[in-house]
Design a protein. Structure first.
Length: 135
C-alpha cells in the first residue's frame, strides 16, 4: 500500500530531523539516506520538533520507469505526494501545520519498494499531476 509505505518513510524522516540521527530512516535507499544526512543538521531542523500527520499519494500522477546508476538498473515508480505534519518551534513553542508537496521516486530494491529521491513540487504541478524533474 503506497500510503503506508510513504507514511512510514516520512514519519521516520521527521524522526531523523527531531533526533538528528540518520539511522532512524526507514524504507529508503542509500542515495536517499545520504541526501538526508547532508541536510538534517540545518538550523531550521535543529530548532523545530516535527510530528507526522499523514501521507497522501496522488495515484493519478504515477509513472513507471527504471532508475539507472552505473551498471545498476532498478524498476521505479515516480509520483506526487503530499505530507502533512505539525511543526513546533523549540524556543517559542509555537505550533503550525505544514504540508509538503513532493515528487517521489521509489525503486524496487532488496525485495521491496524504497524511496530513492524526492524533490519539491509546485501546487500547480501537483494539481495537474505533473512530475517535477530530479536534479
Amino acid at each position: 500500500d503506497m500510503t503506508a509505505l510513504l507514511g512510514a518513510f516520512y514519519a521516520s524522516y521527521l524522526d531523523v530531523l527531531n533526533n538528528q540521527d540518520a539511522s532512524k530512516l526507514t524504507r529508503a535507499t542509500d542515495l536517499m539516506l545520504n541526501t538526508v544526512k547532508s541536510s538534517m543538521g540545518s538550523d531550521d531542523n535543529k530548532d523545530s520538533v516535527y510530528m507526522f500527520m499523514k501521507a497522501v499519494p496522488k495515484m493519478d500522477s504515477v509513472a513507471q520507469g527504471e532508475y539507472a546508476s552505473g551498471d545498476t538498473k532498478l524498476p521505479s515508480i515516480t509520483l506526487n505526494a503530499s505530507f502533512q505534519y505539525t511543526l513546533t518551534n523549540r524556543t517559542n513553542k509555537k505550533d503550525s501545520t505544514k504540508t509538503d508537496l513532493v515528487t517521489c521516486e521509489l525503486v524496487y530494491q532488496d525485495g521491496g519498494w524504497k524511496v530513492n529521491r524526492m524533490v519539491g513540487c509546485s501546487q500547480s504541478d501537483f494539481d495537474a499531476n505533473k512530475l517535477t524533474a530530479f536534479a
